[in-house]
Design a protein around this ligand. Structure first.
Ligand code: ZN
Length: 297
């Protein structure tokens, strides 16, 4: 074995705190608070931001104002603003609100899909054909997220074959940016490395993203192994907020500031100012009535 590991010079951090972070918090933020967070996020140097989701307002009331937020926010050049969407209606709402990018999501776990949507993962991806058609017509970009890609509270381990089925479904729709999401915080480093290597070898043309929750304290270790596998894009949420209201027990995205700190210590540039990321985390924690992690106080 070679004594030297190879690391990239750069990695990209997408801030998903405004969506995955806030959607599981009891406190519902005002648009003014969300705009302040957005300003702080862009000021820290983040260039990819998931601003909210176009889901049913009754299902996810924290995201009910995503339309209004998208209309009120100023869009900076060079920053990608996207929202999570569950279906065609969501893509249309994203377009009407002025977004150029939307992220579709499907659970790789058949048990999770059946429990929440009474459908199978493959059928759900096939059902996105209308979204792809709409996006192409309107010049929008779509990305895809495979949730519960590493494990599922309903079914436990998710076989790689189930992940591949969803990935191939997205590829058939012409979607070339795919996120593998550890929705329930069940991934471990060896699994991340093996799935990452396998996916990148099979589909090198895809821009692969990984999305980790720190439920069991393994998110940073998972990111290290994803870097070794060749993944260069990661999601994070300010102050480690959030979880998934549909996945019981899924608490806490990996904290953006933790990822930035680790990357920089490893000599991997993120283009993000750590001190400003910590400021953003402090602001977000204050808005939802939490205290910032001790290490950043
Ligand atoms: Zn998540």
């Amino acid at each position: 074995m070679s004594a030297e590991m190879h690391w990239p010079q750069e990695a990209t951090l997408c801030e998903v705190g405004l969506r995955d972070g806030l959607q599981n918090e009891k406190t519902i933020l005002t648009i003014e608070q969300k705009l302040r967070l957005l300003d702080a996020v862009t000021a820290s140097g983040v260039r990819v931001i998931e601003v909210g989701s176009f889901t049913h307002p009754k299902a996810v009331p924290q995201m009910a104002d995503t339309d209004a937020l998208c209309r009120a926010m100023k869009k900076l050049d060079g920053v990608e603003y996207r929202a999570l969407v569950p279906n065609l209606k969501g893509v249309q709402r994203a377009y009407d609100a002025g977004l150029a990018k939307a992220k579709l999501t499907v659970s790789a776990s058949e048990a999770h899909c059946l429990a929440n949507f009474k459908s199978t993962p493959v059928k759900m991806v096939e059902g996105f054909a209308d979204c792809a058609e709409f996006a192409a017509k309107k010049g929008m970009t779509l990305s895809g997220a495979v949730s519960t890609a590493f494990g599922c509270p309903f079914q436990g381990k998710v076989p790689i074959g189930q992940v591949e089925n969803v990935v191939e479904g997205f590829l058939k729709l012409g979607i070339t940016e795919l996120s593998l999401s550890d929705t329930a915080g069940m991934a471990h480093p060896r699994q991340v490395y093996e799935l990452g290597v396998r996916m990148i070898e099979k589909h090198p043309q895809v821009r692969w993203v990984m999305h980790f929750h720190d439920t069991r304290g393994m998110a940073l270790a998972n990111i290290v192994m994803a870097l070794q596998a060749g993944v260069r894009v990661f999601d994070g949420a300010f102050a480690g907020l959030g979880g998934c209201p549909f996945a019981p027990g899924a608490t806490g995205n990996v904290a953006t500031e933790d990822v930035i700190h680790m990357l920089h210590e490893m000599g991997i540039n993120s283009g993000i100012d750590l001190l400003k990321a910590i400021e953003t985390a402090r602001l977000a924690a204050g808005f939802v009535g939490r205290t910032l992690a001790k290490k950043w106080q």
